[in-house]
Design a binder for this molecule. Structure first.
Ligand SMILES: NC(=O)C1=CN([C@@H]2O[C@H](COP(=O)(O)OP(=O)(O)OC[C@H]3O[C@@H](n4cnc5c(N)ncnc54)[C@H](O)[C@@H]3O)[C@@H](O)[C@H]2O)C=CC1
Ligand SMILES: O=C(O)C1=N[C@H](C(=O)O)C[C@H](O)C1
Length: 269
């Protein structure tokens, strides 16, 4: 029993937070030892089982992240960029593996994770599902095989609550396409087209975002040339795929040296 790693979930009331809590509670490989929410949230102080509409399970939601992390071997964090930076420092202090699913982090914010990664393992990915991480590998291969006669477009669709665009997954796919082509994404990225944009520039990698209803997450990588098109597609219909990947990352990270890792490392792709 006690050799199962203890896991803390941050953002416990969120869409992913609740899915992660269920996933850890159902697992025979990990124990839920804490749930963190932001100060002032109505769930703070409540038993997480009760807050989620069920029976008490003996874990109270707290806003004291360091106290919660000090009892854990891993922290699974799907919250918001500023919160994730704070949690990275605290997880490092507690020497707990920090699994980061949070998207929308700027390059500067990502760079700020480095000091924490000197003290503990960080696994970060814009998408923790097996399917998307396979799609990333396929995108890299297809982009490497085709020349710039094929225009590359990444099209993503998500629920109407999502606050960042392009999605973290779209950026992973764009990076993979750029790597396959041997270019730097920031040099060729074209997102947020509106108005008289001019004709598409050869070699650009375009991004389009759709937001609506309860779409969990859909991603197409389109390779469009004269007379033919290739579309690589992933459709998520259940957030459990992200939670399962995150728990796998937390367990995988237990014997890893401090440093930054991603799901390609975890899944061995
Ligand atoms: N990498 C992946 O596989 C996936 C990543 N995501 C990302 O995860 C993040 C969360 O997504 P959702 O669950 O849909 O959002 P959400 O808005 O439902 O949940 C976010 C939660 O974080 C909490 N939070 C914010 N600041 C906090 C703080 N300082 N301390 C403690 N809790 C705090 C909020 O109160 C909320 O409960 C987003 O960045 C999203 O893009 C979502 C799904 C999959
Ligand atoms: O916010 C979401 O919901 C999702 N976010 C991730 C992203 O930004 O790609 C992963 C998934 O698509 C769901």
């Amino acid at each position: 029993m006690t050799d199962r790693p203890g896991i803390v979930i941050t953002g416990g009331s969120g869409r992913m937070g609740q899915m992660l809590i269920r996933t850890v509670l159902e697992s025979d490989k990990a124990r839920l030892v804490g749930v963190v929410e932001r100060s002032g949230h109505t769930w703070v102080g409540q038993d997480i089982g009760v807050a989620m509409g069920g029976a008490a399970i003996g874990v109270n939601v707290t806003d004291d992240a360091l106290e919660a992390f000090s009892k854990a071997q891993a922290v699974i964090d799907f919250t918001a960029p500023e919160a994730t930076l704070e949690f990275a420092a605290l997880a490092a202090q507690a020497r707990a593996v920090h699994v980061i699913g949070t998207t929308g982090m700027s390059e500067a914010q990502i760079a700020q994770l480095e000091p924490a990664a000197r003290h503990a393992a960080i696994v970060r990915a814009g998408n923790m599902s097996l399917g998307v991480n396979l799609l990333v590998q396929l995108t890299k291969k297809v982009a490497a095989a085709l020349d710039e006669d094929f225009d590359i477009e990444v099209i993503e669709a998500h629920h109407h609550h999502k606050v960042d665009a392009p999605s973290g997954t779209a950026l992973m796919l764009g990076e993979a396409a750029a790597e396959g082509r041997g270019v730097t994404l920031s040099d060729v990225s074209d997102s947020g087209r509106d108005g008289i944009t001019g004709a598409r520039k050869r070699g650009d990698i375009g991004f389009s975002a759709i937001r609506g209803g309860d779409i969990v997450g859909e991603h197409d990588v389109l390779f469009a040339a004269a007379g033919e098109r290739i579309v690589l597609r992933h459709m998520a219909t259940d957030r459990a795929i992200f939670a399962r990947g995150a728990l796998k990352a937390a367990l995988w990270g237990q014997d890893k040296a401090p440093g930054q890792y991603d799901m390609v490392d975890v899944l061995g792709l």
